[in-house]
Design a binder for this molecule. Structure first.
Ligand code: COA
Length: 174
């Protein structure tokens, strides 16, 4: 039985340092060279779609969603997903994943992309893609490029080069 009251909430700026330190612990400096990192570089994650899990005010898990472009279509990139090592295998990753996927769907996004282990992510609706359907800005094992369609049958729409999100000209009000 879990005797603690966990709080799952949107990631606010006060958690940025703790989230960075969790990612550093899990992935080390090699994370900066990963294709997924390059897609997020310089782009703010979506604050309402990125979550932290707190236990007794300690941050023990985090997931972020960041807008990206795939071809001409907007999608979300999931990652990093990290759980503090001493709290692994207690369902914290599951709570974060369910919250992230349901929130992205409610917010009207069509798909979430990630680079990760299919065996872990398949239970949250992620699927493997045909080879080269989505190209990343860096090396990635094709079997690890996954998509979670948030609208039935939408996955074929997401093909081509994945790149950092840009605000479309004319869509910003000065
Ligand atoms: C991956 C991670 C987020 C999972 O968090 P968690 O809180 O331990 O996950 P849950 O408790 O919800 O689920 C645990 C289950 O997932 C399985 N699992 C964990 N990592 C897995 C992987 N890479 N592939 C397949 N299954 C995996 C566990 O064996 C366990 O299985 P069980 O329920 O049958 O016992 C956590 O292990 C972590 O932070 N890892 C380091 C960072 C990382 O690799 N992030 C993912 C990047 S792709």
């Amino acid at each position: 039985m879990n005797i603690y009251t966990d709080t799952l909430k949107p990631e606010q700026p006060e958690f940025y340092d703790a989230v960075e330190s969790l990612a550093e612990q899990a992935f080390g400096p090699g994370r900066f060279a990963r294709a997924a990192f390059r897609l997020r570089e310089g782009v703010m994650h979506e604050p309402e779609l990125s979550f932290v899990l707190l236990r007794k005010e300690e941050l023990i898990g985090s997931v972020r969603l960041t807008k990206i472009m795939v071809g001409e279509n907007e999608a979300l990139l999931l990652g990093p997903l990290v759980v503090k090592p001493e709290f692994k295998n207690c369902g914290i990753g599951a709570q974060l994943m369910k919250k992230a996927v349901s929130s992205a769907r409610e917010a009207g996004f069509e798909a979430i992309i990630l680079v990760g282990d299919f065996d872990y992510y398949k239970k949250y609706g992620f699927k493997q893609l045909p080879h080269k359907q989505i190209e990343l800005p860096g090396p990635a094992d094709p079997a690890r490029i996954l998509i979670c369609p948030l609208v039935e049958g939408i996955e074929s729409k997401f093909s081509g080069q994945a790149r950092r999100y840009e605000v479309k000209p004319g869509s910003q009000i000065d």
